[in-house]
Design a protein around this ligand. Structure first.
Ligand code: UGA
Length: 445
């Protein structure tokens, strides 16, 4: 167990609350500060603004040790202050650090040595800039440490408490040691390094994971052309211990609040330094094209999509979260609407609000697929594993399933009377479907 310390957290978002909650779980006292009064009030009332498994329990269990505040002054005396604010991309593709700078402006003055710890994903070189800004403000008693998060949504608490590694990049040895000590009680290799390398580890790890996804998606596209099955291929590749089985699930591309943003930031960081990161540029492009391939699969079976009813099953960028940021569902819905299709949607937790204008959200899968010409599995929700059922087939106008996550067994789906298209798997014969007439063109006065 770690010696109990006081930890401040700037930002009551997803990273901030997971970080704060898990440090409290390790026995520390935690003060979480945010600038949004309604967020702080809700947290004090025990309400979480997003869906993250295990986090409500962790926050509740450690309620006595966690304080939520609007006042940055309450962080005076904290041994370490974790910066967990957003770093969204700017128009130029660089990361917007304005939330980091305002956290710095709000940093309470203290006579004691304090350590500012960067958890947010930031461009390499941010540590140097923050160090200079601290010096410029006469805050040389504030240390700086880069301690990137490697949390995946839907399993963030588990990732925090059972990490593959903890990365600590520091300017001063004593600050690195102090941050490492906060993780006492967690069994994991600790990578102690310089600040720039720590910043780069985070960006490079995400870029490599994305590279694997775009790689397997391209292999999937070739599999389709040559009659191989990417699920079998991924299994065969993944058993090579040098390659491993992870992040080899072919599908309709990656999304979320991290990968798309971080890939652009790294590409931009490289080009700002005069280097054209060709491989990363291709990874990003492959991902964009991958989302759109679903449209071609639909057209193959349905011809023109104008007037066709398409059910998008799953809206979140992956299962286990309500997050729709950069979700493939957004691109798909917009493309379908642009083709003139009627889009219905279902998701167990994600609520699109104004994100998808023109699509109708349904409460159940069965409602969403009623009279539909096709059902597209967009998110790998467990609820969709039984999609190839008699009820669904009877409800649909045409029994066509496009499985964007290779969630179903193709043979079983076909045996249940569906035309089935996965990603990178042998495709359904096109004549399996009853044809319907094109809708009449509307005559306007
Ligand atoms: C990702 C990383 O996994 C975390 O390690 C990292 O800390 C986090 O970004 C971050 O930078 O904060 P996350 O975005 O929550 O976490 O989600 P992942 O589970 O990594 O999935 C990302 C996307 O890749 C999803 O759209 C998922 O569907 C897709 N994916 C993943 C595939 O298409 N195929 C795969 O084999 C794996």
């Amino acid at each position: 167990m770690a010696e109990s310390r006081t930890i401040g957290v700037f930002g009551a978002g997803w990273v901030g609350l997971v970080t704060g909650g898990c440090f409290a779980e390790l026995g520390h006292r935690v003060i979480v500060r945010d600038v949004m009064p309604e967020r702080i009030e809700a947290l004090r009332a025990g309400e979480l603004p997003f869906h993250e498994p295990d986090l409500p329990e962790v926050l509740e269990r450690n309620r006595e040790r966690i304080t939520y505040t609007l006042d940055a002054g309450d962080l005076v005396g904290a041994d370490a202050i974790f910066v967990c604010v957003q770093t969204p991309p700017t128009y130029s593709g660089d990361a917007d650090l304005s939330f980091v700078w305002s956290a710095l402006d709000d940093l309470p003055a203290s006579d004691e040595r304090q350590i500012l710890v960067m958890k947010s994903t930031v461009p390499v070189g941010t540590g140097d800039k923050v160090r200079a800004a601290l010096e410029g403000r006469g805050l040389s008693n504030v240390g700086y440490v880069s301690n990137p998060e490697f949390l995946a949504e839907g399993r963030a608490v588990r990732d925090f408490l059972n990490p593959d590694r903890i990365v600590v990049g520091a300017f001063a040895e004593e600050d690195g040691a102090a941050v490492e000590a906060l993780y006492g009680g967690i069994e994991a290799p600790v990578v102690r390094t310089d600040v720039a390398s720590a910043e780069m580890i985070k960006l490079a790890a995400n870029a490599f994971l994305m590279t694997r996804i775009s790689f397997i998606n391209e292999i999937a596209n070739v599999c389709e052309a040559v009659g191989a099955d990417v699920v079998e291929v991924a299994k065969g590749i993944g058993l090579d211990h040098r390659l491993g089985p992870h992040f080899l699930r072919a599908g309709i591309g990656y999304g979320g609040s991290c990968f798309p943003k971080d890939s652009l930031a790294l590409k931009q960081l490289a080009s700002n330094s005069g280097y054209h990161f060709q491989l990363l540029a291709a990874v990003i492009e492959v991902n964009e094209l991958q989302k759109r391939r679903v449209i071609q699969k639909l057209q193959k079976h349905l011809g023109k999509l104008r007037g066709k009813k398409i059910a998008l099953l799953g809206l979140a960028f992956k299962a286990g979260t309500d997050d729709m940021r950069e979700a493939p569902s957004l691109v798909l819905a917009s493309r379908l609407l642009a083709e003139g299709a009627e889009v219905r949607a279902w998701d167990p937790v994600a609520r699109p609000g104004k994100l998808i204008k023109g699509a109708v959200l349904h409460a159940t899968v069965l409602e969403a697929v009623r009279d539909a010409d096709a059902a597209v599995i967009v998110t790998e929700w467990d609820e969709l594993r039984g999609l190839a059922s008699k009820d669904v087939r009877d409800a649909m106008a045409r029994p066509l399933i496009i499985d964007g996550r290779n969630l179903l067994d193709p043979a079983a789906a076909r045996a249940a009377g569906f035309a089935y298209e996965g990603i990178g798997r042998p495709s359904s014969p096109f004549e399996g479907l009853p044809q319907t007439a094109e809708p009449e063109a509307k005559v306007s006065n």
